[in-house]
Each structure stands twice: as structure tokens, then as C-alpha cells.
Write a protein that binds this ligand. Structure first.
Ligand code: NAG
Ligand code: NAG
Ligand code: NAG
Ligand code: NAG
Ligand code: NAG
Ligand code: NAG
Ligand code: NAG
Ligand code: NAG
Ligand code: NAG
Ligand code: NAG
Ligand code: NAG
Length: 532
């Protein structure tokens, strides 16, 4: 994350608030108010609180950090966290754990800055079973966190290690920082293991460059190569990831996961300056040989057609990712601040690369197995073509639509499937649809412009994602103040924060104009309230 550029570019109210917070922090050098080990209690009853997505107990959250799975199978999510205010600043690493990526337990703060002028910025975590770091006298479960320590003068990379599966960390005071290039725009290290050495990707944020460094022990880092000026530039590059993901074919049921084959993907988040404004993530499928990454083609591809999916990170050694569901343009102003918290994470996603023919290789982001929270099926309709299927829900709702078309289908001039979330007794609604035919065929769109809970000059309200062929499956989750739609198992994904002034509790799924012989099946599920 960047505090400096956000001041220059974000909307005045949020920027001034966070500037005030940072100036207050700059004026003293006392120890942090909220040291590591502090437990933060949360009130999860607010009307805008997501029930199935992660959000922090209170205060302000941004980038996911340090994600790994411990040897007990527990998923660890750390995150950029201001525990003392509802705007960015005073950056700590918050921490939560989960057995299934949906039921989260808040843990005490994992990392705190050494004093109030410093910030623990984004980074990653690895398992060190071979004790390459030498930190672990008595365990093969060692965890090492690699993060940026931000001070007014520098951004340097530091280590902290854990003997207890990532619940508590010791900072490597005798050796930190382990990487310092003398820059104040050098951050967000993401580390992976490649055959016989560690590899870090890191952003030279204001030089449009991702540096690749290697190390035998996580302590001594050698510059290996740069990836510069690729795809979209925006104003700064942040939060790179290099991950090996399986390759699947266009039938998502056939993904090669077990043979160790895979494609590398480099993700680069950019902010500000996304095509839709503010922050977004682009990605590059390609090959990696231990020191150099080579993109497969010159295309810039975005991982989301909405505005609210940034700084996504892959779990260490797992092709599973989570993003930050917000946008720096308005994140410091969103109305969840009235409930004492700001920002949620995206749904967890299982990723693979698909050969999309002439369009090249594409990242597919499936919703990670939802079955642990699919508690109550509200509707099932196997004959939903040209009809409407409706359900009432209270918390979060999931819908799943399969479409089987006849060979060589011809569509009416307007043909599609819409999903409308409404409040009883008001005229507010959230509208989204997949269009098979019409002004933009084979496209999915979200319109959050009919909700009354938030106004902001950059809170754009209409989004469109397109693909080249007719959808076979459309899934979506509406979760109080967050909506996500996934087409064809995550080939096209739209994530949008939404702010109704009263809770939306009714879903209508309608379809029309589908050709004779088309079959549409719809299921609607109430999701478990994971915070109850
Ligand atoms: C705060 O900590 C940073 C990082 O260790 C250090 O560079 C800086 O001098 C400290 N500032 C004060 C005022 O103690
Ligand atoms: C650990 O050591 C084994 C055996 O040498 C090796 O195959 C593996 O790649 C190493 N992994 C890490 C993360 O050090
Ligand atoms: C890990 O490495 C350190 C430093 O070389 C060593 O002191 C320690 O005994 C090693 N731990 C194990 C379990 O081998
Ligand atoms: C392992 O060693 C560390 C460092 O000496 C110590 O803090 C920890 O308690 C030890 N753990 C066990 C299980 O002996
Ligand atoms: C790992 O699981 C074992 C067995 O359930 C448990 O005793 C141990 O406390 C767990 N360790 C951590 C750090 O969660
Ligand atoms: C890599 O990029 C950084 C940032 O632009 C630059 O300082 C460095 O010289 C580059 N290294 C090489 C080998 O090109
Ligand atoms: C899955 O893909 C592999 C490799 O492309 C192919 O050999 C296999 O037949 C496919 N299996 C199915 C069920 O489509
Ligand atoms: C990796 O690729 C780079 C650039 O093509 C090349 O210079 C280097 O020798 C390669 N390294 C290995 C180990 O193949
Ligand atoms: C959704 O589709 C149904 C069936 O085509 C149609 O009657 C309805 O007007 C549409 N609703 C919206 C909000 O677009
Ligand atoms: C849907 O309605 C259109 C008329 O609007 C009709 O031509 C078509 O056969 C219907 N499709 C199905 C699957 O019933
Ligand atoms: C849609 O298809 C998927 C995979 O084929 C299946 O798991 C799911 O249950 C289907 N959903 C509906 C509503 O038919």
C-alpha cells in the first residue's frame, strides 16, 4: 500500500482524515498504542457487515498479507490493519485463522510497528521446514514473515519468525532489515520457494518495475532480474505475486493439479490510475526459470471487471487467493465507518490457467468450495428458462445458474438472465445480469446505482465484463455490502461493494429470450452467518 500517493490522489475527505491520523502519529515517537499480542474485539451485528466474507473486528483493513496454510491445515490470513481508526494509517498486521476459508476466528495482532513513526506494510509468509533460515532450533513447522517496514525515510524489508504456527512472531532484530535499496518506494515482498532457493517479487513502486530477488536463507537477497513497464502502468505498481497455478482446459472440471505441471502467473496491482479509476490488479501468465519471468504474450489482463478487488495475494504454495474488496478512491469514506469498521476481503478463490485459444491464457478464479456454509437451500428450479425464480433471505445469499443451449442457438434481440436484489417496502435495488444478446452480447454487468447508502464522486456505479462465448454457468454471492458474480466458474469475475440504506432481502432471478430447447437450472441458497 502507499500512503504518500493516496494523499495526492484520493478524494479530499478520506485523504484529509488519513493525513490527520498520520500527522498525529508523526508528532511523537512513543511505542505503538496497539502492540503485537493485543486482542481486538468486534461487533459483527451491523446491517452492512458481510456474513460470509472476512472483515476486521473493528478499525480499517486493507491488503491481505502473509497468507499460508499451517501443517494442521489451518488457513492463516494476515492483513494491513489500523486497529485505532477507521481510515488507513498506523499499519499493523491483523490476523485471523480458518479451517475452511469461511469461518474465521480473529487472532491477536501479529505484527506491530516498533514505534509510532513506523508502519508494518504488506508482505508474505513462508514455511521453512528445512530450517534454511536457521531460526528454528526445534521445529519443522517454522513460519517466516517477510514484510516492508515503512518509515518516513525508507521502505526496507524485514523478517519475523514464529515457533507456534504463525500466532506469535519474533522480529529478527539482529539482522533486520534484510533488504534495503535506499528507496522510500520499494515494498510488498512476496516470497515463494523455487526448487532450491527462495524467490521474492517486490515492487519498485514508482518505477513501474517488479524486482525479482533470490536467497538461500531468506536473509541474504541477490537481485536476479526486473520485469518493467508491462501492461498498464497506472501511477504506481504494488503488491506483486508470482504463483504457480495449475493449467486447466476450457471445461473447468478438468484441471491438472496433481502432476506438478503448471503455469506461473505474475500479478501486479496498480494504484491510482486503474482503467475504471483508482486501484485494480493486472496479471501475466508466463514462464519462470528461477531467476527470470517471461510473460507468454504482451496483453494486459485484469482480474476483475468491477472496481473492488485489489492487492490480491496467493496463499504460500497453494493456488488459492483472496483480494481486498475495496478501492483507494473511496475506501476511507465508505458508510461502514458508522459501524466502526471499514473493508472486507473477497471470497477465497481457487485459481487455474485456461487456454482460451486466440485470446491466449487466462486466469480462472473459481469460488473456493462453499459447501461449509451452504446451509439452507431456498429454491431449486430446473425449468427456469423464460421465467422468474424468487427467494427471501436474511443474511447472505448464493445463487447458481446453469445454462445449456441448443446447438447453434439464435437469440431474441434481447436475451439474458437478470439477478435483482431488493428491499421490501423501498424502491432500492441492486441489479446485475448476463446478456446473451442485446447491445453487448455475452456480457455480464453490475449496476449499483439504485442504492441510497453512499454517494461519492468516484463511486462509479455501472460495470461491464465481456467474454467471447455464451456463458454456461453464472454464480453470485450477495453479502450485505458486497456483491460478487462469477461467470463460467470464475473466467469472468465482478466484485463490487454496495451500500443499501436498508438491508436487501429479496432475490429475483429472471430470464427471457432464450432459444427453444435452452435449459436453465437455478439454485438459491441462504449462506450461513459465519459470525453468529
Ligand atoms: C522508529 O523505528 C524506526 C525503525 O526501526 C527507526 O528507524 C526510527 O528511528 C524510530 N523512530 C524513533 C523516533 O524512535
Ligand atoms: C526442503 O528439502 C527438501 C529435500 O532436500 C527439498 O526437496 C525441498 O525443496 C526443500 N523445501 C524447502 C521449502 O526448503
Ligand atoms: C536450525 O539452524 C540453526 C542454525 O544453523 C541450528 O542452530 C538449529 O539447530 C537448526 N535446527 C534444527 C532443527 O536442525
Ligand atoms: C523452541 O525453541 C524456542 C527458542 O529457543 C523456544 O522459545 C520454544 O519454546 C521451543 N519450543 C519447544 C517446543 O521446545
Ligand atoms: C496443531 O494440532 C494439534 C493437534 O490437534 C494441536 O495439539 C496443536 O495445538 C495445533 N497447533 C497449533 C499451533 O495450532
Ligand atoms: C531493476 O530496477 C530498479 C528500479 O528501477 C533499478 O534500480 C535497477 O537498477 C534495475 N536492475 C537491473 C539489473 O536492471
Ligand atoms: C483432461 O485433459 C487431459 C489433458 O488435456 C486429457 O488427456 C483428458 O482426456 C481430459 N479428461 C477429460 C475428462 O476431459
Ligand atoms: C533464465 O532465463 C534467463 C533469460 O532468458 C537466462 O538468461 C537464464 O540463463 C535462465 N536461467 C536458467 C537457470 O535457465
Ligand atoms: C428480469 O428478467 C425478467 C424476465 O425476462 C423480466 O420480466 C424482468 O423485467 C427483468 N427484470 C429486470 C429488473 O431487469
Ligand atoms: C422463450 O421465449 C421465447 C419467446 O419470447 C420463445 O421463442 C422461446 O422458445 C422460449 N424459450 C424457451 C426455452 O422456452
Ligand atoms: C451447475 O453445474 C455444476 C457443475 O456441473 C453443479 O455442481 C451444480 O450443482 C449445478 N447447479 C445447478 C443449479 O444446477
Amino acid at each position: 500500500m502507499t500512503l504518500n500517493t493516496r494523499h495526492l490522489f484520493s478524494y479530499a475527505a478520506g485523504a484529509l482524515a488519513s493525513l490527520a491520523a498520520i500527522n498525529a502519529a508523526d508528532s511523537t515517537s512513543t511505542p505503538p498504542e496497539t502492540p503485537a499480542g493485543t486482542s481486538i474485539e468486534g461487533d459483527y451485528t451491523g446491517a452492512l457487515r458481510p456474513r460470509a466474507h472476512f472483515s476486521p473486528p473493528k478499525g480499517f483493513m486493507n491488503d491481505p498479507n502473509g497468507m499460508f496454510v499451517d501443517n494442521n491445515g489451518t488457513w492463516h490470513l494476515y492483513y494491513q490493519y489500523n486497529p485505532t481508526d477507521i481510515v488507513a494509517g498506523n499499519q499493523h498486521w491483523g490476523h485471523a485463522t480458518s479451517p475452511d476459508l469461511y469461518h474465521w476466528t480473529n487472532q491477536p495482532i501479529a505484527l506491530a510497528p516498533p514505534n509510532s513513526t513506523a508502519g508494518v506494510f504488506s508482505g508474505s509468509a513462508v514455511l521453512d521446514p528445512n530450517n534454511t533460515s536457521g531460526f528454528f532450533p526445534n521445529t519443522t513447522d517454522g513460519v517466516v514473515a517477510i514484510y516492508t517496514l515503512n518509515t518516513p525515510e525508507r521502505q526496507v524489508q524485514e523478517l519475523a519468525y514464529s515457533y507456534d504456527n504463525g500466532y506469535t512472531f519474533t522480529t529478527y532484530d539482529e539482522g533486520n532489515p534484510v533488504l534495503d535499496v535506499g528507496s522510500n518506494q520499494f515494498r510488498d515482498p512476496k516470497v515463494i520457494w523455487y526448487e532450491d532457493h527462495w524467490v521474492m517479487v517486490i515492487a519498485y513502486a514508482s518505477e513501474y518495475t517488479i524486482g525479482i530477488f533470490t536467497s538461500p536463507d531468506l536473509k541474504d537477497w541477490t537481485h536476479a532480474s526486473n520485469v518493467s513497464h508491462v501492461g498498464l502502468l497506472g501511477i504506481q505498481y504494488e503488491c506483486p505475486n508470482l504463483a504457480k497455478v495449475p493449467i486447466g482446459n476450457s471445461d473447468s472440471s478438468n484441471v491438472t493439479t496433481s502432476d506438478g505441471e503448471g503455469e506461473y502467473v505474475l500479478t501486479i496491482s496498480l494504484n491510482p490510475g486503474a482503467p475504471l479509476g483508482g486501484s485494480i490488479t493486472q496479471y501475466f501468465p508466463g514462464s519462470f526459470n528461477g531467476t527470470h519471468f517471461t510473460p507468454r504474450d504482451n496483453a494486459a489482463r485484469l482480474s476483475n471487471f468491477g472496481k473492488d478487488d485489489y492487492a490480491g495475494q496467493f496463499f504460500y504454495d497453494h493456488p488459492v487467493s483472496i483480494g481486498w474488496a475495496s478501492n483507494w478512491q473511496y475506501t476511507n469514506s465508505v458508510p461502514t465507518g458508522n459501524e466502526g469498521w471499514r473493508s472486507a476481503m473477497t471470497l477465497p478463490r481457487k485459481n487455474y490457467i485456461q487456454d482460451n485459444g486466440i485470446a491466449g491464457y487466462q486466469l480462472v478464479q473459481e469460488i473456493y468450495d462453499l459447501s461449509p456454509i451452504l446451509k439452507n437451500r431456498l429454491q431449486i428450479n430446473d425449468d427456469a428458462a423464460n421465467g422468474t425464480t424468487s427467494a427471501h433471505f436474511t443474511n447472505a445469499v448464493y445463487f447458481d445458474i446453469n445454462v445449456t443451449l441448443p446447438d447453434s442457438p439464435t437469440f431474441e434481440t434481447v436475451a439474458g438472465i437478470n439477478f435483482t436484489f431488493a428491499a421490501d417496502g423501498t424502491d432500492e435495488y441492486l441489479k446485475s445480469a448476463y446478456a446473451f444478446a442485446g447491445s453487448v452480447p455475452y456480457s455480464v454487468w453490475i449496476d449499483r446505482g439504485h442504492l441510497d447508502g453512499f454517494e461519492h464522486p468516484y463511486f462509479t456505479d455501472k460495470f461491464l465484463g465481456s467474454q467471447v462465448r455464451a456463458a454456461k454457468r453464472i454464480q453470485g454471492v450477495f453479502d450485505r455490502s458486497l456483491f460478487e458474480v462469477y461467470v463460467d466458474g470464475g473466467a469472468v469475475v465482478g466484485t463490487s461493494v454496495v451500500f443499501p440504506s436498508t438491508p436487501l432481502t429479496k432475490l429475483d432471478i429472471g430470464s427471457s429470450g432464450l432459444p427453444e430447447g435452452a435449459q436453465v437450472s437455478v439454485a438459491i441458497w441462504e449462506l450461513e452467518d459465519t459470525w453468529a
